[in-house]
Design a protein around this ligand. Structure first.
Ligand code: PEP
Ligand code: MG
Length: 554
């Protein structure tokens, strides 16, 4: 059979060619299944199955760390929720077969979460995953999830639950291909953090041929079914050349003609900081402080915050650390900042806006940051998330400077801020573009909605135009313009961003070598040519193609 090319969104760079296997699907249950023993006995089995699943999740959490550990611990907590047991008991008493009773109990909770939308709706995937595992235990069937064939393979799935992506690290998976999911999905973020090539949102995975290998390119999104031996050979050579090229580049980021582009990493916890410190980077470009407090019921005190920030900053003595003040609300609710129910949380009180509802919280955080900055040798920069206007930027800058922060900036995540970047910069020392939210708000597409992935693509010309406006404002004022959203980790996009005036890129640790190498191979003039061509393109795919041709030109 001749090779066939299908396409998705490349979200984690690298080329891989291997056999493919589908993710173990969930077991079906039905009200017509045979009923087991008396409800009390069956309830005891359900409780034991849930406890087993919770223990397994907790055990897995202890074998990994960082985001993966957090996700698995959260899943373990969900499996222990008494509400699930109560709902299953009700179904059992109504005469439902045991596995189906569990299915109905989980689905009831999932429906409620989905009705809430956004971040809460995404938790339904985690909950459904726990339900599936519990049902597998009850039926004595193999766990749904990642196959363990004992040889390297490309994992094919609709989308992956966080609990499964969290287990990719120690598995035989060498690449990921999903039919759903977007550039900011868990699959994309974790694949990138593990350095696994990944293509998401590729609806034609049903065309894959049993027993034939698949070749995927995590940069271009191209997927070749049953590639010819020549193509396989070329891919192997490219992978080897890429590896050698990555190994050859080190040190501060710069283009081939020596234009500096600061290469920084994204972190969210003290643990991340400890792990990122030995990495060859120029510091931290985004410290998401809210990640430290996502599960906390009460607000961390000034002393507690000072201690945590000091622990992070001291890891980077002599290097830049860009800290973002709490970006709570919408997809990242913090239990201790009760914002009430909002019709439209992504357009509600979030990011810097929280400072007007909880002014003391913002003031305390800024003081803690300034103290931590003084106590360590790190070059502390502090920025506010979700700034919309120049007045907001001015207000934040005044407050931060009064608190003792010397370098003050804002994230550019809202089109209004990009359009008036020059006005914002008049009050600030720097800006950093959050392309995840900027894409969401530019194309009015929920960043959690995998089905809208095409609209969330940072290669959308409208998003690039906005980045260009910010870049121009930065160049005119001589101030630093960073990118710290997922777009910063795309090695093909990096020259475009630099050509648009971006002076630093911040990304997950594994993405850094490829971006460094991409920049080292191209001079600033060609970056500008790539930027012009990308902005002139009619859509993301054409933009990628024209830029790939410019970057690849001898
Ligand atoms: C962004 O929006 O691009 C960003 C970096 O912030 P977050 O993903 O944390 O919202
Ligand atoms: Mg954001």
């Amino acid at each position: 059979m001749p090779e066939q090319v299908i396409r998705g969104l490349g979200v984690s760079p690298g080329v891989v060619c291997a056999p493919w296997l589908r993710f173990g699907s969930q077991l079906e249950t039905s009200a017509q299944d045979p009923v087991g023993g008396p409800p009390d006995e069956e309830l005891a089995r359900v409780k034991a199955a849930l406890a087993g699943v919770a223990d397994e999740m907790a055990a897995r959490a202890s074998r990994v760390d960082g985001v993966a550990a957090e996700i698995l611990s959260m899943s373990a907590t969900m499996a222990r929720d008494p509400g699930i047991v109560a709902a299953a008991e009700k179904e059992l008493k109504a005469g439902m077969p045991t596995a189906h009773a569990v299915h109905l109990a989980f689905e009831g909770f999932c429906a409620k979460l989905e009705a809430l939308g956004g971040y809460m709706a995404e938790r339904a995937t985690d909950l459904r995953d726990i339900g599936g595992r519990t049902i597998a235990v009850l039926l004595g069937e193999p766990m749904p999830g990642i196959p363990e064939p004992g040889f390297p393979f490309v994992l094919v799935a609709r989308d992956l639950a966080p609990a499964d992506t969290a287990m990719l690290g120690g598995s035989d998976v060498v690449g990921l291909l999903t039919s759903e999911g977007g550039p900011t999905s868990h699959t994309a973020i974790l694949a990138k953090s593990l350095g696994l090539p990944a293509v998401v949102n590729c609806p034609q995975t049903d065309k894959l041929v049993d027993g034939a290998p698949v070749l995927l390119d995590g940069s271009t999104g191209e997927v070749v079914i049953d590639p010819s031996p020549e193509r396989q050979q070329a891919a192997a050579e490219q992978a080897a050349a890429d590896k050698a090229r990555l190994a050859a580049a080190s040190g501060p980021g710069r283009t081939a003609d020596g234009t500096p582009v600061h290469l920084l990493v994204n972190i969210g916890t003290v643990d991340d900081a400890v792990k990122a410190a030995p990495v060859d980077s120029e510091g931290v470009g985004l410290f998401r402080t809210e990640f430290m407090y996502l599960g906390k019921a009460s607000e961390p005190s000034l002393d507690e915050q000072t201690a945590s920030y000091t622990a992070v900053l001291e890891q980077f003595a002599g290097r830049r650390v860009v800290v973002r003040t709490l970006d709570a609300g919408s997809d990242k609710p913090l239990p201790f900042l009760d914002l009430g129910t909002e019709e439209n949380p992504a357009l509600g009180v979030r990011g810097l806006r929280i400072g007007s509802v909880f002014p003391e919280t913002l003031a305390t955080q800024l003081t803690a940051l300034a103290r931590a900055g003084e106590a360590t040798g790190a070059d502390l920069w502090v920025m506010a998330p979700m700034v919309a206007t120049a007045d907001e930027a001015a207000g934040f800058a005044a407050l931060a400077r009064e608190s003792g922060v010397r370098k003050v900036g804002a994230m550019i995540e809202i089109p209004a801020a990009a359009l008036r970047a020059a006005d914002l910069l008049a009050h600030l020392d720097f800006v950093s573009i959050g392309t995840n939210d900027l894409s969401q708000y530019t194309c009015a597409a929920d960043r959690m909605a995998g089905s809208l992935a095409q609209l969330l693509d940072p290669w959308q010309p409208a998003v690039l135009d906005l980045i260009a406006m910010v870049g121009a404002a930065g160049t005119a004022s001589g101030k630093s313009v960073g990118v710290c959203g997922e777009a910063a980790s795309d090695p093909l996009l990096a020259p475009v961003l630099v050509g648009l005036g971006v002076t630093s890129l911040s990304m997950s640790v594994p993405a850094l070598p490829a971006v460094r190498a991409a920049l080292a191979g191209i001079d600033i003039q060609r970056c500008q040519e790539a930027a012009d061509a990308a902005c002139a393109a009619r859509g993301p795919q054409t933009a990628r193609e024209v830029v790939a041709a410019i970057v690849g030109r001898a």
